[in-house]
Design a protein around this ligand. Sequence first.
Ligand SMILES: N[C@@H](CCC(=O)N[C@@H](CS)C(=O)NCC(=O)O)C(=O)O
Length: 197
Amino acid sequence: MMTASALNIDIKFHEIDLFKNENRREFYRKINPLQKVPALQVGDTKILDSHAIALYLCQIAKEQNLYPENPIMRAKVNQMLFFNSGTLFRIDSYILTKYFAGQWPVSETTIEEWYSALDFLEYQLKDDWLTGNKVLLCDICTVAVVTSVLQLVPLTQRHERVQKWIENFQHLNFYVINKRGLLRLNSYINAFKAIHA
Ligand SMILES: N[C@@H](CCC(=O)N[C@@H](CS)C(=O)NCC(=O)O)C(=O)O
């Protein structure tokens, strides 16, 4: 949704409430047999991964500056997209699943694994953004994952540049979408805490 907003692309949005298991209903399974969100339907085609959707949006945008054409820059963006999908999101998903399954706290090993993954972001953040001095697609996809884990696992002093990078987003109009999502996630976290306290 942030990518669509940054690119001024209108999307007809249907909310799938994971907390009501709407992703497991028949109608949604027909769209995405993986039963995960998000999915984007374009005509008869269904795109079933947030990174693939975001890349598709960059390709259909009239004008876009989130996914540069230069092969080296593109490789840098892709590298961070794969890191987000394969490493950060995997740990994010594990941490949030454990929390909402009432299996909290997670092990020190998991937290350390998360912090080690953030170390790589810290290493990448020599400038304001992950690949240099421009916000690109990989920043958008990655901040959504990092900030959702932040609702449960705080940053350490080891991750000052990550903190500063998150602050950089506050000036971007589309980031309000993530803030809204985080407020919502937080309300579920607190509601769950109240029930299981
Ligand atoms: N790699 C996929 C991951 C999708 C995914 O796992 N989404 C989570 C929410 S962030 C989900 O739908 N979870 C519901 C479930 O597993 O039941 C992507 O980036 O789109």
